[in-house]
Design a protein around this ligand. Structure first.
Ligand SMILES: NC(=O)c1ccc[n+]([C@@H]2O[C@H](COP(=O)([O-])OP(=O)(O)OC[C@H]3O[C@@H](n4cnc5c(N)ncnc54)[C@H](O)[C@@H]3O)[C@@H](O)[C@H]2O)c1
Ligand SMILES: [Zn+2]
Length: 353
């Protein structure tokens, strides 16, 4: 298959290009090399590359020529600096997706795999011993400032037990980035319905691994820890470090994209399906920081009690649907993956940010 990989010069996109090539496909990359994602000279993908923005309809039209499927990774990621970033997020992520889908509709390209995200769920799943599954709202600043990080049952105030979210859990995007990731899915579903196309969203959990960008306001927490250790400093762990996440290795995410692209043609016309893409092995942020420190023989992490308002407390995935329907299996375990990541190259940075 000839596959257009948007965002293919990015962290995950570059691994997808490698995976597709290894499986005998022909990837072609479209990437704008955003300065927020590439503060230094970018590592260019080992594939045909179109330097263009997904919002450029003419460039998209040209790039889609001869393409069988699209793997849409291009997006602005992270929480950003402040609300002033909102138009840039919505522009790249949602207008960009709309322009891409319109181009696909016109060109008759009917397979799409979208980089989704677990941020669409907001808080993960929680069980109250009395009230069953409940949905705690955003945490109050006063609670966070007082070090009360665990959300309580919104009905009876009891302590809750965090569980695994499945794809049918209600969505509740809690920040601009999350809102744009959910809108991308809604656009993809609308495109599939109206064109008879096949759309899949892989809702990635916390992706980590070689090539992850260094710490910018747009990077993930694993990057922050890794960059601190590279400077010889202790990783600074926010809240009390007990936030639960699912850390999934970037090579496993790339493989999920490949199998989803290959399977897309076999699905019902007009369908949209979301798949959680996680390791299935929940860990805490504190455990990740400790694993990275240990692997580099660096300073022990420091738990700071700081917090970021847009963050949720716990969110971990049930990725059974992806394993069952597409036969995907994560291969890189937590200990092995973190040990490798602790020593791996991060994406080049000019140091200007
Ligand atoms: N890293 C994670 O943990 C994670 C988790 C969930 C979802 N995702 C999603 O995975 C995808 C890839 O993320 P990543 O971590 O590799 O980020 P990244 O920033 O490394 O890669 C994104 C790439 O997209 C490009 N890009 C952005 N906007 C563009 C535009 N308008 N036109 C053309 N190119 C554009 C950037 O230049 C960059 O090369 C994103 O859609 C992101 O939302 C990532
Ligand atoms: Zn309760």
């Amino acid at each position: 298959m000839r596959v257009l990989v948007t965002g293919g010069a990015g962290f995950i996109g570059a691994h997808i290009v490698t995976a597709l090539t290894e499986r005998g496909h022909e990837p072609v990359v479209l990437d704008a090399l955003l300065p927020t994602a590439h503060p230094g000279p970018p590592d260019l993908p080992g594939a045909e590359m179109v330097l263009a923005d997904v919002r450029d309809a003419e460039a998209v039209r040209a790039a889609l020529r001869g393409v069988d499927a699209v793997c849409h990774q291009a997006a602005m990621v992270g929480l950003g600096k402040d609300f002033a970033d909102a138009p840039a997020y919505v522009g790249c992520n949602d207008l960009g997706t709309a322009v891409l889908l319109a181009g696909m509709a016109k060109a008759g390209v009917n397979r799409l795999v979208l980089a989704g995200s677990m941020v669409v769920y907001g808080e993960g799943r929680y069980d109250c011993p009395r009230d069953g599954v409940v949905r705690p709202g955003p945490r109050a600043v006063a609670d966070l400032e007082a070090g009360r990080f665990e959300p309580l049952c919104p009905v009876c105030g009891a302590e809750l037990v965090p569980g695994l979210v499945d794809e049918d859990a209600p969505v509740e995007p809690r920040n601009v980035y999350a809102t744009t990731k959910l809108t991308q899915e809604h656009l993809a579903a609308a495109w599939a319905r109206s064109t008879g196309g096949h759309a899949v969203s892989l809702r990635y959990h916390n992706v980590y691994g070689p090539g992850m960008p260094r710490d910018t306001p747009y990077a993930g927490v694993a990057s922050f820890f890794r960059s601190s250790l590279a400077r010889g400093e202790a990783p600074r762990v926010f809240e009390d470090g007990a936030q639960r996440r699912d850390f999934v290795h970037v090579r496993d995410v790339a493989a999920a994209n490949a199998v989803a692209l290959e399977a897309a043609g076999g699905r019902a016309a007009g369908s949209f399906t979301a798949y959680n893409t996680g390791s299935g092995e929940p860990h805490t942020i504190g455990e990740m920081a400790s694993a990275l420190s240990a692997a580099r023989s660096g300073p022990e992490p420091v738990v700071t009690g700081e917090f970021r308002l847009g963050d949720v407390r716990h969110v971990t995935a049930d990725s059974a649907r992806l394993r069952r329907e597409l036969g995907w299996l994560p291969r890189v375990g937590f200990a092995e993956g973190m040990a490798e990541f602790a020593r791996a190259q991060q994406r080049a940075s000019s140091g200007v940010r």
